[in-house]
Design a protein around this ligand. Sequence first.
Ligand code: NAD
Length: 476
Amino acid sequence: MQVNETIIRDVVAQVLAEVGPAPMVAPSSTGRSHGVFTDVDEAVAAAREAFQQLCERPREDREKIIAHVRRISIDQSVELGTMEMNETKIGRLEHKIDKLKTLGEKTPGIEFMRSEVFSGDHGLAVIEHAPFGVIGAITPVTHSLPTITGNAVSMIAAGNAVVVNPHPSGKLVAAEGVRRFNEAIYNDIGIDNLISLLAEPTLETAQGIFSHRDVALICVTGGPAVGRAALRSGKRAVVAGPGNPPVVVDETADLDRAARCIIQGGAYDNNLLCIAEKEVFVVASVFDQMMDAMQRAGAVQLNDQQIQQLTSQAIVQVGEGDDRHDAAGKELLGQDASRLAEAAGVNVPNETQLLFGETPHTHPFVSVEQMMPFIPFVRCRDVDQAIEWAREYEHGFRHTSIIHSNNVQNMTRMGRALDTTIFVKNGPCMAGLGLGGEGYLSFSIAGPTGEGVTTPLTFTRERRCSLIDDLCILGR
Ligand code: NAD
């Protein structure tokens, strides 16, 4: 997610000047719906047929299919990213574009497929990774088409087809992307509907997918409710659930580097990433220096009264009875820092990426997954208290945590205490997905069900093929 924002802004301005806002769901030139359905049974049947056709094809065809999904995500990222921004109205345009490009380029594909072998006195056993068939996928509003791109590449690399129930607030760009993917695949190799989608997604269509007998596996990416629903479905579910990633900064950290990293990760797409820095626990001996470092790096500090004013508009109460709790309000979710500042009663330059300020650890901005570019900083007695509060406010999601430190013992203690799927040390959150760090990328990070950063192998079943007594050629 290294993005040259000036170039992208220029390109976007040029595209918008030439073509105006991107059209929603353009008609197909072939007269086919190319994966876009209004009925669950039809969508699943079409995906099932596509899966059966794919089973008859060589792996080379999977490569061709994935190449089309990647190419469209990358080459059409400006147009599709603009569409996603216009429709969802959350996040930042340059990052909507960047996410499509990044998912297109870096999602694990066929190169992640492998087989294992056991050879010995009794012959040979080969373990191969086979497709499940049709996978039901639920995608979030925070990255509607990027999640579909990533899921499609990894699921098809493993030989599956997929039926998507997108978030209703990102359904148009999801349908348009899916239509473009299928049209290109169909024109090239003659298989249609490998990626099918419900054009009018509802909780009922999601349930219809969950309970459909021809859906073999479920993969949901979203908050707590959809994770619970998927696990109640009676099918195997890969659950990429919510996070509230804490950051610890100890007295050995490079504070300027920590500040740059927190801004890079926390401000990206206005804090919509599930891995994004959401609250920072700083040891008292360097707290004031850390606040200065944040300002030097370009973030704008709010005072107590401004934070209070922002909170009254940004955090709402939801749920009933015992379930009543704080949540991020829709009005400011994913909005620019300048809009949040306005709500706080301050004027900041439009290009401001991130707001921050000191709060107690009990503040709602600490406990809520805010998904907006204001980050609370909490003063902690020492690193033990910082790690303990980080553990408490991660809420046991076991999603992502981050430390800035040069003390390996503190790193080790935090890693053990938080037990998260992704643990980043001395980098922005995205470095944990291989963007500026090592490793690979996915936007479906399955913490609750344990698959971790998903790959094509996540969407496979193991099959074993044994030959008894022969073909171990090493001699006795
Ligand atoms: P959301 O939970 O509101 O919606 C996610 C999807 O689930 C949507 O398609 C929605 O329509 C559907 N849904 C919600 N409740 C459902 C139910 N009871 N039954 C069936 N479907 C249901 O989340 P969102 O606002 O779209 O996305 C943000 C959330 O997703 C955050 O909590 C974020 O942390 C999480 N997220 C996680 C990952 C990950 O990889 N772990 C990636 C992206 C986003």
